[in-house]
Design a protein around this ligand. Structure first.
Ligand code: GLV
Ligand code: MG
Length: 365
C-alpha cells in the first residue's frame, strides 16, 4: 500500500534509541476512559481518589479546555502524573489537534517529562495515515530523547468525514495504534449532520410503520408506531471492522447528556454488542455505567460456559455440533462464547468483585 513501510521494516523503531514497537496490543481493561481537565483544580484534586475505581484516567488537553488554560492543563497533567501512584489504572492523555498551536509542546513536554507514566496518547481529528505517520516519528524521536524503554501507544478519534473514509489505513498506519474512539460531536459537524447533541440518538431519525389500508388506498394520517434508529450505527460498525482487522480496540466516545443515564446505558450497550470494548466517561456516574455494560453479564458467562462444557463433554474436542435447549451449538458458536469467556477472564484479573461474581457461576446455572 502506498505510504506504508514494507512489512520487513514495519516493526523497526523510527528513531535511533527509541524502544522496539510492540507486535501485539495488550488487551488491558479499558471499559471507561474517564476524562478530567488538569487545569481545573477541583477535578485534579479528585484524580488520586479515583485510582482503582476506573480502568483509564485521561488528562484532556483538547476541546472542553479553554484556550487560555491550555498551558495550565499541560503542566497540571505533568504535576498529577508525578505525584500520583496510578497502580493498575492506566494514564492516558488527549493532546490538541495536529493543526493547533499547542500540540508540539503537548507532545514534547508530556513525553519527555512523564513519558514513562503515560500508556496511550489520544490524537483528535485524525484524517488519514499521514497524521499517524507524523505522530509516530515524532514520538520515536521524543522517546529516544527521554530514554524511554516502553513504546507509547496511539489512539485516534474518528471524528472527520475523511477519517471515516480512511479508517482502515489509519488503523494499520503504525504498530503504535492501540484503538479508535467515535467522536460523534466533531464528526456530526464535519459531515454537516443536523444533530446538535453530543452522541446518542435523535427523535427525528426514525422509521414509521406502514399506513393502514383503506378501500381507496391508505390512511396516511392514522396513528402509526415509529421506531427511533441509531444515528451512529454505520460509523460504529465500520470502526469495529477496521479495528478487528488490525488487532486494535474500538470504543464509543462521549455521551453528553449526563442526566440521561438510561439512554447513556443504551448507547454504551449497543456499542458493546457491536464489538466495542469501552466508552468515555465525562462524569463519575458514567464510570459505573460503562464498567457494568462492558463486562459480560452473569447470564452470558453462565451460558457461554455451558456451551463450552457441552462441546467438550464425553471426550469431545470442541468440534461438531450439539443441541442445547433446542438450539444448535457448533464450532462457530463456541468461538462466540469464548469471546465472552476470555473477556471475563481479563476483566476478573483486575477486578476482584468481577472475579467473585464469575467464580460463583456454576456450569449448570
Ligand atoms: C469528541 O471529541 C467528539 O467530538 O465527539
Ligand atoms: Mg472532538
Amino acid at each position: 500500500m502506498t505510504g506504508v513501510r514494507s512489512a520487513k521494516d514495519f516493526f523497526r523503531p523510527l528513531a535511533v534509541g527509541a524502544p522496539e514497537p510492540l507486535r501485539e496490543i495488550p488487551a488491558r481493561p479499558s471499559r471507561a476512559i474517564h476524562f478530567f481537565d488538569p487545569s481545573n483544580a477541583k477535578m485534579a484534586a479528585k484524580v488520586p481518589t479515583m485510582v482503582g475505581t476506573v480502568d483509564v484516567l485521561l488528562g484532556n488537553l483538547e476541546d472542553a479546555v479553554r484556550a487560555d488554560h491550555k498551558e495550565a492543563a499541560r503542566h497540571g497533567l505533568v504535576e498529577i502524573a508525578r505525584s500520583t501512584d496510578f497502580g493498575s489504572t492506566q494514564l492516558w492523555t488527549r493532546v490538541n489537534s495536529l493543526d493547533s498551536p499547542w500540540v508540539l509542546d503537548d507532545l514534547t513536554t508530556l513525553v519527555t517529562e512523564i513519558g514513562d507514566q503515560l500508556d496511550v496518547i489520544m490524537v483528535p481529528k485524525v484524517q488519514g495515515a499521514e497524521d499517524i505517520a507524523y505522530v509516530d516519528r515524532l514520538l520515536a524521536q521524543l522517546e529516544a530523547r527521554a530514554g524511554l524503554t516502553k513504546p507509547l501507544l496511539v489512539h485516534a478519534i474518528l471524528e472527520t468525514a475523511r477519517g471515516v473514509a480512511n479508517v482502515e489505513e489509519i488503523c494499520g498506519a503504525s504498530p503504535r495504534m492501540q484503538g479508535l474512539s467515535l467522536g460523534p460531536a466533531d464528526l456530526a459537524a464535519d459531515r454537516r449532520m443536523k444533530t446538535t447533541r453530543v452522541g446518542g440518538g435523535h427523535p427525528g431519525y426514525l422509521v414509521r410503520q406502514d399506513p393502514p389500508r383503506t378501500a381507496d388506498g391508505a390512511d396516511v394520517d392514522a396513528d402509526r408506531t415509529t421506531y427511533q434508529q441509531d444515528l451512529w450505527h454505520y460509523t460504529i460498525a465500520r470502526m469495529v471492522d477496521a479495528c478487528a482487522a488490525h488487532g486494535i480496540y474500538p470504543y464509543y466516545g462521549p455521551f453528553g447528556d449526563i442526566a440521561d443515564t438510561v439512554a447513556c446505558e443504551d448507547q454504551f450497550r449497543n456499542a458493546y454488542l457491536l464489538g466495542c470494548v469501552g466508552a468515555w466517561s465525562l462524569h463519575p456516574r458514567q464510570i459505573e455505567i460503562a464498567n457494568r455494560v462492558f463486562s459480560p453479564s452473569v447470564e452470558d458467562i453462565a451460558h457461554a460456559r455451558r456451551v463450552v462444557a457441552a462441546l467438550h463433554a464425553n471426550g469431545n474436542d470442541g468440534s461438531g455440533a450439539v443441541m442445547l435447549d433446542g438450539k444448535m451449538e457448533d464450532d462457530a458458536s463456541l468461538k462466540q462464547c469464548l469471546v465472552l469467556v476470555e473477556l471475563a477472564e481479563q476483566l476478573a484479573e483486575r477486578d476482584p468483585d468481577l472475579r467473585a461474581l464469575y467464580d460463583g457461576i456454576g456450569v449448570d446455572a
